[in-house]
Design a protein around this ligand. Structure first.
Ligand code: HEM
Length: 538
């Protein structure tokens, strides 16, 4: 409490007021005027009526009335932590990103979440988990906004409102909360069979992680790395937990839902408080940046595909350590704003059509959720690099900009000269060729195979993991009211594997249908099984 932050009366002043909240020697109203009492309204006589002229009463209640902001439209329930990312420098040959250079240490903020439940829902429901990381790099903010499942439900962002509407609770009764035991969910994922792969991961043990600390994370899309010499490489990002990958079993998840709905957020906070800092290695799978953007026949622009680790090993490039809990949930965990378009030099996007829609959606939703366009100024979102933008005014503007009107070139403001170019360290979109084509809405033919990759996942599972998957499909589908949806789901399962289909059909008391497409001839990928997961841990 230096003299510049404390008034002569001992009260904190200016920007430090927020930091020092509840620390002054007397209570004030929002204007800094000292209060005599905060427990009794001003009344005309001890038994009232209460007087409208009581500004403290009106201010206190007015502010309380506006304490809530809209929860995220998806991923509303989450928990977060601060940490550091220590680069090994092993990616330096393929990217010029400064935070991936040797010995670089970068502060980070990571938010984990469920997708479908509301802010107050339970932690251990069967769902995908978000794994979003904000790197406060010396070159600006880089966000890696991923999930604990490496594929997505849909291939084109235009279906995102539809898949979420189908997964959220029914509009009339607002049930079920945060579960996939749901007619509209199963209707969607069986009519849009591109969702088969993600749904299978959801029904596997990955859908009920034991802890955020034991989850893998995936950037899902293929991104493009840009090296110092301009060379480009396609890349998929992976987070590998040092504790290994572990899940709950369904019965545990159900009991914990009742006993401790905050199980995952408590586990994360307690571990950090106890000094058992959760750690993940960031790994990259790299692929040549060929014009067709495929790797061994796998379309890298299709976000329902993985590339098996046996075909392209994951190389570790740095270590993430979470070592500090947020001090204020609202200011940090709730107000953090991630965006897949927050990129730094050395990392670029590809033409994945799902990624394109995300580039619009996050910025757009945050204008509503965080009350206007100035949310990058919130402390948790502020870059740790200098900001010199030309964005002005707007709701909740906290900067006091000075000088001439912002435009460039500008001969009046004496500001920095504006020069663009690769040698300035600016973010330059990599000059990849755009294929000559005509406008179409159809998906490419290479997006049409919806069953080979799910079959590979199924074949990679150990017997106990298969048993859990069969149990999950049987339980969730048994909650559907519509028989036709259960039957359609079995037709989808038949195209993954006849044994899986037959077991679930028996559980549901229905006949098992025949496959409608030839079963894919694929090899198992041992790295997909949690039992066989062999990432080095120490
Ligand atoms: C939020 C991941 C696809 C729209 C999130 C969050 C994660 C995530 C982790 C939570 C961020 C946080 O903790 O604050 C993903 C992944 C996707 C995907 C991995 C596919 C690969 C999409 C698509 C759209 C979308 C296609 C829309 C077209 C949103 C929105 C939010 C969100 C609107 C809320 C953001 C906020 O309020 O700040 N997503 N998402 N997502 N996602 Fe996605």
């Amino acid at each position: 409490t230096g003299p510049d932050t404390v008034s002569p009366t001992g009260q904190p002043t200016g920007a430090d007021q927020a930091r020092f909240a509840q620390s002054g020697s007397y209570l004030t109203n929002a204007q800094g005027t000292r209060l005599p009492d905060t427990d009794h309204s001003l009344k005309a006589g001890p038994r009232g009526p209460v007087l409208l002229q009581d500004h403290h009463l009106r201010e206190k209640v007015m502010h309380f009335d506006h304490e809530r902001i809209p929860e995220r439209v998806v991923h509303a329930r989450g928990a977060a932590a601060h940490g550091v990312f220590q680069s090994y420098g092993t990616a330096a040959a393929v990217t010029k990103a400064a935070f991936l250079a040797e010995d670089e240490e970068t502060p980070v903020f990571v938010r984990f979440s469920t997708v479908l439940g509301s802010r107050g829902s339970s932690d251990t429901v069967r769902d995908t988990r978000g794994f979003a990381t904000k790197f406060y790099t010396s070159e600006g903010v880089f966000d890696l906004v991923g999930n604990n499942i490496p594929v997505f439900f849909i291939q084109d962002a235009i279906k995102f409102p539809d898949v979420i509407h189908a997964g959220k609770p029914h509009p009339d009764r607002e049930i079920p909360q945060a579960q996939s035991a749901h007619d509209t969910f199963w209707d969607f994922v069986t009519l849009h069979t591109e969702a088969t792969h993600h749904t299978l991961w959801n029904m596997s043990d990955r859908g009920i992680p034991r802890s955020y600390r034991t989850m893998e994370g995936f950037g899902v899309h293929t991104f493009r790395l840009v090296a110092a010499d301009g060379g480009t490489t396609l890349v998929k990002f992976h987070w590998k937990p040092k504790l290994g990958v572990h899940s709950l079993v369904w019965e545990e998840a159900q009991i914990i839902n009742g006993v401790d709905p905050d199980f995952h957020r408590r586990d994360l906070a307690d571990a950090i408080e106890a000094g058992a800092y959760p750690r993940w290695e960031l790994g990259i799978q790299t692929f040549p940046d060929t014009p067709d953007q495929t790797f061994q026949g796998i379309d890298l622009l299709d976000p329902t595909n993985i590339v098996p680790e046996e075909l392209a090993p994951v190389r570790p490039v740095g270590l993430l350590t979470l070592n500090r809990n947020p001090s204020n949930f609202f200011a940090e965990t709730e107000q953090v704003a991630f965006h897949v378009g927050h990129l730094v030099p050395g990392i670029d996007i590809t033409d994945d059509p799902l990624l394109a829609g995300r580039l619009f959606s996050y910025l757009d939703t945050q204008i509503t959720r965080l009350g206007g366009p100035n949310f990058p100024q919130l402390p948790i979102n502020r870059p740790h690099a200098p900001v010199n933008d030309m964005l002005r005014d707007g709701l909740h503007q906290t900067a006091v900009h000075r000088g001439a009107a912002p435009y460039r070139p500008n001969s009046l403001d004496g500001g920095c000269p504006f020069t663009a170019g690769a040698d300035t360290g600016a973010y330059i979109e990599s000059p990849v060729p755009v294929p000559e084509s005509t406008k179409v809405r159809d998906a490419p033919e290479s997006f049409a195979d919806h069953f080979s990759q799910p079959r590979r996942f199924w074949l990679s599972m150990s017997p106990v993991e298969r048993e859990h998957i069969i149990g999950a499909y049987t339980f969730e589908l048994s909650k559907c009211y519509e028989q036709a949806i259960r039957e359609r789901a079995l037709r989808v399962l038949a195209n993954i594997d006849p044994e899986l289909c037959a077991e679930v059909a028996t559980g549901l008391g229905l006949p098992a249908p025949e496959p409608t497409v030839p079963l894919a001839d694929v090899e198992p990928s041992p790295a997909l099984s949690q039992v066989g997961h062999t990432w080095p841990t120490d």
